[in-house]
Design a protein around this ligand. Sequence first.
Ligand code: AMP
Length: 357
Amino acid sequence: MKPLPPGSTIGIIGGGQLGRMMAMAAAQLGYRCHIYAPEASGPASDVSAKWVQGRYDDAQALLAFAKGVSVVTFEFENIEPAPLKPLAAKTPLYPPLSALEIGQDRIREKRFAADCGGRTADWAEVNSRADLDIALVKIGVPAILKTVRFGYDGKGQARIMRPEDADAAWEALGPGAPLILEAMVPFQHEFSLIVARDSAGRVAFYDVPANVHKDGILAQSTVPAPDPVLEQVPAARSFARKLAEKLDYVGVFTIEFFAGKEGPVFNEMAPRVHNSGHWTIEGAETSQFENHFRAITGLPLGSTKTRGKMIQMDNLIGDQADDWLELAAEPGVHLHLYGKHEARPGRKMGHVTRISE
Ligand code: AMP
């Protein structure tokens, strides 16, 4: 890939906090960002050169948007791939559409992970109330019923702890949307791999954060992860390498794992930068955001080496961001606020990173 000169414009589909932090990293490298999103404004609008309002399923509008940029990327995976196809035929789009198609569909994702030699939770497709009963016999309880597509931050999920919970779970998610029932994986730790791959196939791994979720939403990431996680990193990395090669991936992607008894259990993959990689802004020599742009613009990948001994990233969810002044006063804390106007429960408003030497 011929390196994209500074001063070029990059298109980002999606205008949330990931788009905001992406645009900030792109600016550092001398690029300008145009955002395409359905809302009138968003966290990324404060820091980008242009905001184009358009629907994600409007292929014509997406095509017109791409005319003004040299390369297009996206900041979240819940976009239909079909309207992006005409755009991808005319303008370089990274990561590849195949990664988007797989990353947004829990069933395709699990099949793909298995093809790459990964282990997943036992699962079954659920398209009717009767399917759910059959799936529960196969999988047992506890289990989690999830929408196959368009779930995020614990949305589109219902736990089935006892067989009697099946009706409530079905009511909450069905009928209509395709569902998947997953066995609940017993784990001590969750962790994620944040990986950058360039167009020449060079791969760079970040140190692995251990992640704690609350109500299905990431609450905290810490680096280094505890020893039982570190033992599983080589297996997780060789799996990730295979997966990236099969997709001919360009950019940053993330795979979330459970540290299972017999090794890493694949949970899901995100074809994008990830909340569990926000610590890399101050905690690594090159952030996940910068390396994403380095990969998609043909620059050499930057060092992913960790800075500091212990790093902790805490999300500020809902009214936790009200403490911004106290947090700003804490020595050494790196406070990030996403410029969202309304602090709804469960909404990611910002994060803080603490690094100790
Ligand atoms: P997900 O959106 O699928 O990543 O789910 C959000 C969080 O719910 C995960 O990070 C886990 O903490 C929990 N979770 C989801 N699926 C499972 C599972 N099959 N077994 C155990 N915990 C799960």
